[in-house]
Design a protein around this ligand. Sequence first.
Ligand code: NAD
Length: 466
Amino acid sequence: MTMQLEPHTEISTIAGRVQCTRDAFRAGVTRPFEWRRTQLQGMIAMLTEHEQEFLDALRHDLGKPTVEGFITDIAFVTGEIKMMMKNLKKWNAPIRVSSPLVTMPAKSRLMPEPLGVALVIAPWNYPVQLLLVPAAGAIAAGNAVVLKPSEVSTAVSTLLATLVPQYLDSEAIAIIEGGVAETTELLAQQYDHIFYTGNGTVGRVVMAAAARHLTPVTLELGGKSPVIVDASANVRVAARRIAWGKWLNAGQTCVAPDYVLVHESIQGKLIAELQSVLTDFYGAEPHDSSSYARIVSDRHFDRLQSMMTSGTPAVGGDSIKEDRYISPTVLTQVDPASQVMREEIFGPILPILPMANINEAIEFVTSRPHPLALYVFAEDKKVVSDVLARTTAGGVTVNGTIMHLTNPKLPFGGVGESGMGGYHGKAGVRVFQHLKPVLTRGTALDPSIAYPPYTARKLKLFRKVL
Ligand code: NAD
């Protein structure tokens, strides 16, 4: 992994670039279905014709294994775009609704219309997916778009900045690179929607900037997503599914299991199964495995290193700074007040805390901010329904991890501290639409009862019909 300079766009050009997208929107460029289809097709062509370059860039930035890069940052994106293309007309069609008696004769409908110019700001962990899936939704809804990839994933940012203008309409779709200074300048401009994915601290900065123009926001944030493993769980399957969700992208996944609350009677068994499944996945020496990613930056590496001291490694605990490698690590004897339990981990360290019963686990979760995801492993249906009824989370997978976000019929997003708004599938297009209510009245009937002068007789009639 060689160092690369942070990519950036000249700040003095940013306002003009954003204005150009607004001019394109105002001129009606982005509304025709033909334009939307061409852009969506362009995105697919960009990803498929340059697939290897994207996979190489992901490997450069995150040591991302080819299979993971292909599934999460190529196939997932093209799958979402294809679905949008297939449903383009349907998801933009007026929705007929009934009309009340007082409006008769009338017809009512909700007319989806684009909002205008959407700004999409993405983080570094799934740098292609988290930029292009929201952008595709904005385009499918007929908006102009400004894209801001993360400066932390340098190679992906540079590649996107080169390819996007080649494949997409540069007047209506701008890509701006850079970090805090460039994003601050970007946020000073006016948009009709801001879609931000990243941490909650910057989420607050984005929301404050949006408030100046009364711009609506979608905030896809993170947090500590818990896993509850009940005594009734299938421990072998639980270990495998927790391990996959946790150590995918070396734990740098917004919905990765952050920590495990396990029934104390099966803690030893769960740790033994995790150890065994990790050997199946990555061999005896995960460092040499081509299926295991690296930490994105020295800053994140140092942060994770300091979290290691919050408990005792039962599995792993090794690291190599020059390679930004941290082994899959299971921590035990963790103090709930320690750093690893205070901050989102966002790395390959998994603290395991024993619980005496399911109530204790539920109280542990509900006494903390609402997580982006919650996972419960249990064969006992009563336990599952208790957890679902008494906890709040952005989304849930029962007896699994991560998978709820792969169903496009389940809008993906957070609640409370983990964010606001959801997307994927139809929800990903709806985010960027205003459903304009339109009531159209017929003129053949126009009874005078509805108009002044008001009389006692009219009041009597209204009392009957309203
Ligand atoms: P990051 O550092 O790449 O930041 C995200 C974006 O914010 C970048 O484009 C960056 O340029 C911009 N930014 C940074 N500082 C800024 C500032 N002061 N003003 C304006 N913009 C600024 O990524 P990150 O925040 O480290 O990402 C990790 C976080 O994102 C984790 O909390 C994770 O859980 C969350 N996340 C959430 C989702 C989701 O879908 N909900 C997905 C991935 C990551």
